[in-house]
Design a protein around this ligand. Structure first.
Ligand SMILES: Nc1ncnc2c1ncn2[C@@H]1O[C@H](COP(=O)(O)OP(=O)(O)O)[C@@H](O)[C@H]1O
Ligand SMILES: [Mg+2]
Length: 565
């Protein structure tokens, strides 16, 4: 057992491009004080210390590089761990946890690293990895891996709480795990009208459970068990149960609802949700306050969230909290509340121990192994019985032969002693036959590889389902693409028609203009013709006038000549 404080890191979401281009300054920045990382409000000198402070262009990979290896190593060594994201809506909780295609989140980076380690250790250890994914919404727990089935919270013997009957899916590879994540994300939005609003009001817990079995330790335990049995006259040595053979560790990755206080401007359902979110978040705060003051009574039972995270808050789990803040000035008040929560949480101490499994049935590797051993034992017995039966059959055949020989013998009869022996043997054989039948029946009713088959089938089914889902998604995408293509063809055809119509209109207009011009020209022509006509008339009248004048003058001249003569 070791104690360790909750490690609180902070991530400051950068200002949007529009903000920084308008000369806005981030409200917070990262700094250091000796070896301590601190977060400082702009313009102030004092800051608040955190485990790590990530700001600006920090990627999810940078965060993983700083925190991930420790978390993964802990899990592989059998220590439980929890990482949770706390901050107001839009401050980057889901961005950090799930991320994007180009910048995958902690869930992907941590799981990828777990599978890398499994591959490295696969020669010396057996591993079994399974996942669960639940959502807490309105103080109800839903199974995101089982059609959003509502789950009840149950108190276990060891005083911890579990979501009873939540579906566990076995995963063998990172791709399997990604399929589980996608299934959960799809289930989360099932029947939800406003996805963003829903997300900001719900808490999700994705858990990865890693069990491992050390092959060398199993062999040495088997030897020691054998020796102990010889020494103790067949009794099990309880000390051997403490051997580090099976380790089981759970990693919870928790994306909390937005931490902002909701106002009464919302409608009835939202108010109900607000109460529930406030209930679980304020219960979380009360738990953290009680733990930070080392109070005796910690109010875990006040909400679903604190019940399910009991182990991660002051219990047996290494806990990391990443608080997320907006850098924008308009979020300053809310960001300060978030920092206050982080400061409180830093004081919480967890008592963590290596989870070395006992012979409890909960440890699946051990359970399946025990199951297989029982079945193998039954089969061994059945085989032994079958051999005995074969032997008895042979004996019976010999006896029958003896009987026939006796009947056919010259003495003409079977002596009473021999008859008695035959009858006894026949009864014995019948009994053995029955016994063997029973043993075979029970052995066959439990398939020799029942455990492995169940496991394999479940994984196979999940895989097939996931494949089908992928195919369906692919088909849907193709359909959408086809529709888009068709739409764009129709659009371009429409555009063509519009263009043609516009051209026709233009042609019509120019035709009209031409007609008008023609009319004007005709008018002008007519005018010109009229003018020509007028001018012609005028000219002819002038001509005739001139003619008459000329001829008048000639008359006068001849008359004058006549008078002169
Ligand atoms: N550090 C960051 N860098 C870039 N974009 C971010 C960062 N944090 C958040 N975002 C973007 O801001 C939006 C809201 O973030 P999200 O993680 O969904 O907020 P929350 O889960 O806290 O409500 C998303 O579009 C996300 O991609
Ligand atoms: Mg979110």
């Amino acid at each position: 057992m070791k104690t360790s404080n909750v490690r609180v890191s902070a991530r400051i979401r950068p200002l949007p491009a529009s903000g920084s281009s308008h000369g806005q300054k981030p409200s917070f920045g990262a700094s250091t004080l000796g070896s301590q990382k601190i977060i400082v409000e702009t313009g102030k000198t004092k800051g608040v210390g955190f485990h790590e402070v990530f700001e600006g262009k920090c990627s999810n990979r940078d965060i993983f590089d700083s925190l991930g290896n420790r978390i993964v190593s802990g899990i592989m060594d059998g220590f439980n761990a929890t990482v949770f994201m706390y901050g107001q809506t839009g401050s980057g909780k889901t961005h950090t946890m799930i991320g994007t295609k180009d910048d995958p989140g902690l869930v992907q980076l941590v799981s990828n690293s777990i599978f890398d380690r499994i591959e490295k250790d696969s020669e010396s250890k057996n591993f079994l990895v399974r996942c669960t994914y639940v959502e807490i919404y309105n103080e109800n727990v839903y199974d995101l891996l089982n059609k959003r089935a509502k789950l009840e919270i149950k108190l276990e013997k060891n005083d911890s709480f579990v979501a009873e009957g939540n579906k566990e899916i076995f995963v063998k590879t990172f791709d399997d795990l990604n399929r589980v994540l996608k299934l959960g994300a799809r289930t989360k939005t099932m029947g939800v009208s406003n996805v963003n609003e829903h997300s900001s009001r719900s808490h999700t817990i994705f858990s990865i459970i890693v069990e491992s079995q050390d092959n060398a330790a199993v062999e040495s335990l088997a030897e020691e068990e054998e020796n102990a049995k010889l020494k103790e006259g067949g009794k099990d040595d309880p000390a051997l149960e403490e051997q580090k053979i099976f380790r089981v560790a759970t990693l919870n990755l928790v994306d909390l609802a937005g931490s902002e206080s909701f106002t009464t401007k919302f409608g009835h359902t939202q108010q109900q949700e607000t109460k529930s979110i406030n209930k679980s978040l304020s219960a979380l705060k009360s738990v953290v306050i009680a733990l930070s003051k080392s109070e005796k009574h910690v109010p875990y039972r006040n909400s679903c969230l604190t019940k399910l995270l009991k182990r991660s808050l002051g219990g047996n789990a290494e806990t990391d909290i990443i608080i997320t803040l907006h850098a924008g000035a308009e979020y300053l008040k809310e960001s300060k509340y978030t920092i206050d929560f982080g400061s409180l949480a830093k004081k919480v101490v967890c008592a963590v121990k290596e989870n070395v499994a006992s012979n409890s049935d909960k440890v699946l590797i051990r359970k399946y192994k025990a199951e297989l051993e029982k079945i193998s034992e039954k089969l061994r017995k059945a085989e032994a019985l079958a051999k005995e039966k074969q032997k008895a059959d042979e004996e019976l055949r010999e006896l029958a032969q003896m009987q026939r020989n006796m009947i056919g013998s010259p003495r003409g009869g079977v002596d009473e002693e021999s008859m008695g022996r035959i009858l006894k043997l026949e009864n014995l054989l019948e009994e053995e036959k029955m016994g063997r039948m029973q043993a075979l029946n029970s052995a066959s009713s439990r398939d020799a590889f029942v455990a492995q088959t169940i496991l394999k089938n479940e994984m196979e089914m999940e895989k097939r389902l996931a494949d089908m889902r992928l195919i369906m998604e692919h088909e849907r995408e193709q359909l959408i693409a086809q529709q888009t293509r068709e739409n764009s063809t129709v659009r371009s055809e429409l555009r063509e028609v519009m263009l043609q119509r516009r051209e026709i209109d233009q042609l019509k207009n120019s035709l009209q203009e031409e007609r008008e011009q023609k009319r004007l020209l005709q008018q002008a022509l007519e005018n010109a013709e009229n003018t020509i006509m007028d001018l012609t008339l005028q000219m002819s009248s002038v001509n005739s006038q001139m003619f008459f004048q000329k001829s008048g003058n000639a008359q006068q001249t001849s008359d004058a000549g006549k008078s002169t003569a």
